[in-house]
Design a protein around this ligand. Sequence first.
Ligand code: MRU
Length: 362
Amino acid sequence: MKVNGQPQRTIWPTADNTAVEIIDQTKLPHEFVTVRLESMRDAERAIRDMQVRGAPLIGVTAAYGVALSMRHHASDAALRASCDMLLAARPTAVNLRWGVERMRALLAPLAVEQRADAAWHQAAVIAEEDVQINRAIGLHGCDLIRAIYQRTKSTVNILTHCNAGWLATVDWGTALAPIYAAIAENIPLHVWVDETRPRNQGASLTAWELGQHGVAHTVIVDNAGGHLMQHGLVDMVIVGTDRVTARGDVCNKIGTYLKALAARDNGVPFYVALPSPTIDWTLQDGVQEIPIEERAAAEVTHISGLADDGKIYTVRVTPPDSPVANYGFDVTPARLVTALITERGVVHAPDEAKLRAAFAAS
Ligand code: MRU
């Protein structure tokens, strides 16, 4: 996608192939800053501190993290240690495990002296695959948007939660990929952007990337979605996901489940866009089995923003002694999901049989 009219990805190798660069997403939307990752520890820190975030981008950054570690030490012990450290960076998005294990599976059988080059090449392959997968998700999801437009002949209103746009992937995004594809077809649409407290990925990131691309959008507080749906102002919901179980339960940013409930009560279709690395085939019951990340209380007790003097300030919003809980994700049961939008096509009323059929070798 483009930033200030220039093509931009979220992660890319430096020209001399000694490091990777990322966009520091903690600085958006007020500053566009890139950061150089030179070691596995840099990559691990970038994931943990959410300079990179979004399930697919976490997976690709972890793959590059393994590759960076192989540049320094490529022994079996070093491979094991760096994989373990990266795996512990964030618990919920399964793409992290997917990226790390794919690297480990390739590298472990190789001779130590072959590992650095092979790892670098493989990380680049994984990054490029992410782009192609998301492009396909965009085309399949666009069919759904187009169908609504052909029926209503008026602007399609889409509600999204968190950021599942190109910033959450290498390029295109998942939930926003169909939107970008529909914009390319000149389908008139408008996006309701949930602010997505506490870290405001919607207000800070989704609003920024939609604005950069010229997509009409309105930022709303997290609790506005039900009201909008009751008044016929939402034609469809599209969200991304951090982990989908084999039977189609969807884990995504906290608050997604409430949107799915409101959508069901109001007859609004609820779509989830995902690349296949987000499917955890080892799990069934998402509510019971998916580990939910709990993050620092400071994300809830404090908020940062740009003041009129042009400086960023962080201020407290809760009483100093009030305890805080900060659950990062929730699980929407498959029964509330109208369809999963994947690179293999749209899986309506998902269950394990349909999901497995979609991803059976072709
Ligand atoms: O905590 P984050 O910002 O990493 O959470 C991101 C989300 O919940 C996204 O919706 C999800 O990763 C899908 S990204 C294509």
